[in-house]
Structure formats: C-alpha cells, structure tokens
Design a protein around this ligand. Structure first.
Ligand code: AMP
Length: 429
C-alpha cells in the first residue's frame, strides 16, 4: 500500500520552509507595527458559524466545506478565519474590555475546491481583523499596510482594486436593480447565474462567463447607487489613499465571494513570479454588521486574508539565506562523545550545529564532508584521534576551501570570525 497526501493538500518540506518563515516573519513585523496582536482560534468550529456568517448561497458553504458530525455536533474544519475571530470576539466580550481591537492570525484553511496551481484544498492564510472603528481611516491604513507589506516582500507589480458594496440599505436596493435588469435577459444567462438570480444576484457580477458579461451590459454600477453616507465613506477612503500615495484602482464589479461584506471591499492581485491564473493574492473588506449578526453588540469591523501559497509563487526570490550551519564530523566513538559536548557549547553561543553522529561508527570523513557540502554548511569541524589527543580541532571553511588547526580554547573565537565573513560561492573542501 502506497500512502499519499490527500489530493489538494501539500507537504511543506524544510527546504521550502525558509521562504515560509520569511513571509510569516515579515507579516508579523508589519502587523505588530500597526498594533495588531496574534489570536489563535480552533481549526474546527460548529458548522452553523460558517453557514451563518459566510452565507448559505456562497460557493464555500454550498460545496466546499469539510463538515462532519462528532458527539452529536455538526462541525466544520474552518474554510476561512473571520468567522472564528468574530466568534471569539463576541464570546470573550472583548468589546467591554477595549473600544478598538486589532487581531492577526495565520494558519491553514480548508476548502474542497478543484485543485490547480495556486488553488489547494488545504492552504494557508495570513489575516487581520480590526473591530470597533467605522472610520475610513482604518480602511486606508489597512490597505496601505498591505501595500507596504508587499513592497517589503519585493512584489512590485501589485495591483490594489477597491470598491464599495454600500451598507445595509444599499445592498438590497442594488440587488433589486440587478434582478430588474437581468430578469428580462434571464434566458441568456449561464446556468449558475440563473440560480444565483434568486439566491445571490450580486455574485453574478463576479462571473467570468461571456453570456453573463453580455447580459450585464448597461447595468448601473454599485458606486452610482450608494447612499450619501456610503458614498462619502468611499470618497474619503479614496482621498486618504491619494494622500498616502498608495496606488489603487476602483472596480465597481468587484464583489468577492462572501456574504458578510459591507462598504469597502478590496483585492490584491499580481502577475509576478509564477502566480498563473490564480492571481488574487488576498482580499478583504468591511463587515460592519457581522458582529451583531453573530450575537454581539453592533460593532463595525474590517479585515483581510492573504493566501500564503500564492504570495510565495509571486515572490520570485531565488534563495533566501538561512543561518550559517556548522557540521561536526567526529572520527571514532571517543571523538563522537567529545563532539556532543562541543556541539552543545557552540549551540549555547547561538550557532546552528549539526553533529554527524555516523562518524562515531564507521562512516568515512570523506562521506561526512560530502554530506556537509550538500547541506550547504559553512564550516566543518573535524575531530579525529589526533585532534582529541592534542586538544585541537580541524576547522574547514567550506566556502573558502581552506582549513586550519585550531586549539580547543580558541575554537569559539575563530569560528565566530569565519561565520561573520560573507559567504563566497560554496564548493567542496
Ligand atoms: P478569501 O478568503 O476567499 O477572500 O481568500 C483570500 C485569499 O486566500 C485569496 O486571495 C487567495 O490568495 C487565498 N485562497 C483562497 N482560496 C484558496 C485556495 N483554495 N488555495 C490557495 N489559496 C487560496
């Protein structure tokens, strides 16, 4: 029997992890600089939490959730992070403790989509949620923060698309305008859109189907039918972004797939690197009614989620430097025991050390050096019988292809010296 990972779910091996850690670190730095604190919620929640918040007629709830029953409860492995954050915010009465709350999260999400490049069934998101402030300053600051993050990551062809869906009163009105416009053209719509015309007409704007695009021609844009308050909010956001010099494009057809959005919506796209067709790196928006809808007090909120795998595809950095590695190659069992002590001492000084324990048995020095080079080690410390007796160590600089016999008490000093020198091209010693 050959076991394989579940379709659409990937192993991430240590080689790739350097890039993951880099992205996660940059995200944490940027989020924390903006006053966000990390929240970790369970990966499994009650199914009702998602159906209620994301919306019954969305793709996620209709066909993508990993749901099951256990101990008489209907449960779902989370498809996104906002519902859980809102649940935690309400459950812990956070609004009573502080007027404004900024949370960030990172972790795996699960959606049973058709797998493709940049689209998986287990994928990872980085996200932020801000509760308690309705001002457009939050929207502008959040979009600018994302722009800053992407610039730090070296994704320069970023496109930021924004739109407004209006508030509680705009949506039903626009919904009716869409229905009135499409009802006479119903026969020309795609099958999905015919269904959505009664369940979720806004989603038809998202459709890439030629028939739907043709039928939508002549429909007034949502921006044109915003209430005065919503329109002012959106105009303020645009002028604040202008003031910041943060680039954006207004696209009135941007609706996004989740039901809870109100007012500001945004999406981040890039064609950089190897992104391919799945070019949405992340998105978000306001959800001013969701906290109340989920049983909390009326609390405005805004948030976003970024797709880690897609950002990594867009981040075309060839190699990120990992910390320099030192390999200790002992020859014989006695040297191996001594190497244990040496390795611990070096690690206590913050050096990354891999002890090649095979040298304690019969593995040759040549094989250990080959392995050290393959691991990209900067230095190999050779400890043979002779070195043991003379209290010395052979220090091989694998990058400079040089070696020097160093007294044991000099080792730390000499080693730190070598590790601080810039790495030339690597090669065999
Ligand atoms: P959403 O939660 O649908 O707003 O998605 C936010 C971001 O998560 C998207 O822009 C993608 O970058 C990423 N994402 C969503 N679904 C997937 C998926 N199935 N595979 C990989 N990334 C995804």
């Amino acid at each position: 029997m050959n076991y394989r990972a579940v379709k659409g779910m990937n192993d991430i091996l240590p080689d790739e992890m350097v890039r993951w850690h880099h992205l996660e670190r940059e995200f944490r730095v940027v989020a924390e600089r903006h006053g966000y604190g990390e929240v970790r919620t369970p990966i499994i929640e009650s199914t009702a939490l998602f159906t209620r918040s994301i919306g019954e007629a969305t793709d996620i709830v209709e066909k993508e959730m990993y749901s099951f029953e256990r101990h008489g409860e209907a449960l779902t492995v989370r498809p996104e992070g906002t519902a859980s954050a809102v649940r935690a915010y309400v459950e812990h009465h956070i609004h009573q403790k502080e007027p404004v709350t900024r949370w960030y999260y990172l972790g795996p999400m699960f959606r049973g989509e058709r797998p493709a490049r940049g689209r998986y069934r287990q994928f990872h998101q980085l996200g932020c949620e801000l509760f308690g402030d309705a001002g457009s300053v939050c929207d502008a600051e959040m979009i600018d923060m994302l722009h800053g993050l992407f610039m730090r990551l070296g994704i320069s062809d970023l496109e930021i698309v924004i739109n407004s869906l209006g508030g509680a009163d705009t949506r039903p009105r626009y919904r009716q305008i869409i229905v009135d416009h499409l009802e006479p053209r119903k026969a020309r719509l795609s099958e999905d859109s015919i269904r959505r015309l009664s369940s979720n007409p806004l989603r038809i704007l998202d459709s890439k189907d030629e028939r739907d695009i043709a039928a939508l021609e002549g429909l007034p844009s949502i921006i044109e039918v915003l209430t005065q308050d919503d329109r002012e909010h959106f105009d303020r956001l645009c002028s604040q972004l202008d003031r910041l010099g943060t680039p954006y494009r207004v696209d009135p057809t941007l609706v996004r797939g989740l039901d809870y959005y109100t007012r500001t919506l945004f999406e981040l796209r890039s064609q950089a690197g190897q992104v391919g067709a799945q070019n949405a790196l992340g998105g978000g928006g306001r959800y001013d009614n969701l906290v109340q809808q989920m049983g909390g007090p009326s609390t405005p909120a805004i948030g976003f989620a970024l797709g880690v795998e897609r950002i990594l595809l867009a981040m075309d950095v060839a190699e990120l430097a990992s910390p320099p590695l030192v390999v200790i190659a002992p020859i014989g069992p006695q040297a191996a025991s001594e190497a244990l002590l040496m390795a611990r001492e070096l690690r206590d000084h913050g050096i990354c050390v891999e002890l090649d324990g095979r040298g304690g048995a019969s593995t040759s020095l040549k094989a250990m050096l080959r392995r050290a080079n393959a691991r990209g080690a900067r230095v190999c410390l050779v400890l043979g019988q002779e070195e043991l007796e003379s209290q010395k160590v052979q220090l091989k600089d694998l990058a400079a292809r040089s070696q020097v016999l160093v007294a044991r008490e000099e080792l730390m000093h000499r080693l730190l010296d070598v590790l601080q020198q810039p790495m030339m091209t690597g090669g065999a010693a």
